[in-house]
Design a protein around this ligand. Structure first.
Ligand code: CUA
Length: 323
């Protein structure tokens, strides 16, 4: 399925080696199953017409009822075992490693900045270089989620207290939609994300931009937006690097871990908000801040009914500007 935003989420359009193997499995099982189903129905129809004169019943029972399924299932088992061995080994060795944590109901994504060694935290978008094996270290912080990008690989569960792994490789640049594939509460259906595969130089440039602290506000509206962010205690749940830092590294790390909401340092650079729920621009940001419960009931973020319209606009403008 190609969604309105042009990105692809489809098991029928593989764009990576593992997805191609899963795709082949699906077609062999689907077409093979369909042929056998049609043959059985045809024989059934034939049998009903010739009810009075059964033709060699033993041959049908032992041949078609026992020998044929044994042959077909043995062949399928052998072939699928052989093909499965060609799936990418699940290893972080020599692969770019990205940590993804499933949360109710969004995805925290952590990269290691090659320049400084610091962690870069983002949300709901996984940028990867094209043609390279990427290892996703997966876990969850509340309930079990499951990461699934049908165009690139199979599913992998994300389990609290455990780390699982999934190797991905995109062979073509593009935007691949993924979603949570394990029921995780009332907003499970609005727990989507995007994998954005970029040529290596563009990926490096993107990572360098993400590693930088937030752009400083340079107009009065933007300053007002930043001040509103701090005045309304948004930093209790959200980090904006360069704005919410306390200066103390350990304190900062503890605060980061306990924070419940996405890191907003570069929120303006993301395609969507609310984990694929809305396109990301000033209008949707303002709507979300005013009443997230109306858009995604059950999320942890409370509504901001006490915020006046002008402050709300300034805050949304400020967040949109955080590219
Ligand atoms: Cu997370 Cu379903």
């Amino acid at each position: 399925m190609t969604t309105a935003m042009g990105e692809l989420q489809s098991v029928l359009h593989p764009a990576g080696a593992d997805a191609a193997i899963v795709h082949q499995f699906s077609w062999v099982l689907f077409v093979g199953g369909a042929i056998i189903f049609v043959a059985v129905m045809a024989l059934l129809a034939l049998g009903m017409r010739r009810e009075a004169h059964p033709v060699r019943p033993k041959l049908w029972i032992f041949g078609a009822g026992i020998a044929f399924p044994v042959l077909v299932l043995t062949a399928l088992l052998t072939w699928s075992t052989w093909r499965s061995a060609e799936l990418a080994p699940q290893t972080s060795h020599k692969a770019l490693t990205i940590s993804v944590t499933g949360k109710m109901w969004w995805w925290e994504v952590r990269y290691r900045d090659p320049a400084s060694g610091r962690e870069i935290v983002s949300a709901n978008e996984i940028h990867i270089p094209v043609g390279e094996s990427v290892y996703l270290g997966l876990t969850a912080s509340d309930v079990i989620h499951s990461l699934w990008v049908p165009s690139l690989a199979g599913k992998r569960d994300m389990i609290p207290g455990r780390v699982t792994g999934l190797n991905l490789r995109a062979d073509k640049p593009g935007v691949y939609r993924g979603q949570c594939a394990e029921y995780c509460g009332e907003q499970h259906a609005r727990m989507a994300f995007h994998v954005i595969a970029l040529p290596r130089p563009e990926f490096d440039a993107w990572l360098a931009r993400q590693g930088a602290p937030a752009i400083a506000p340079d107009t009065t509206v933007l300053q007002r937006g930043r001040d509103a962010f701090l005045a309304h205690s948004c930093q209790t749940c959200h980090t904006i690097r360069g704005v919410t830092d306390t200066g103390n590294n350990l304190q900062q790390q503890i605060a980061d871990i306990s924070r419940r909401g996405p890191d907003l340092t570069h929120v303006g650079s993301r395609r969507t908000i609310g984990a694929g729920t809305l396109n990301n621009h000033r209008g949707t940001l303002a709507g979300w801040i005013a009443d997230p419960q109306a858009i995604k009931p059950g999320v942890f973020m409370p509504p901001s009914h006490d915020m006046d319209g002008e402050t709300l606009r300034a805050l949304a403008t400020y967040l949109e500007h955080l590219k």
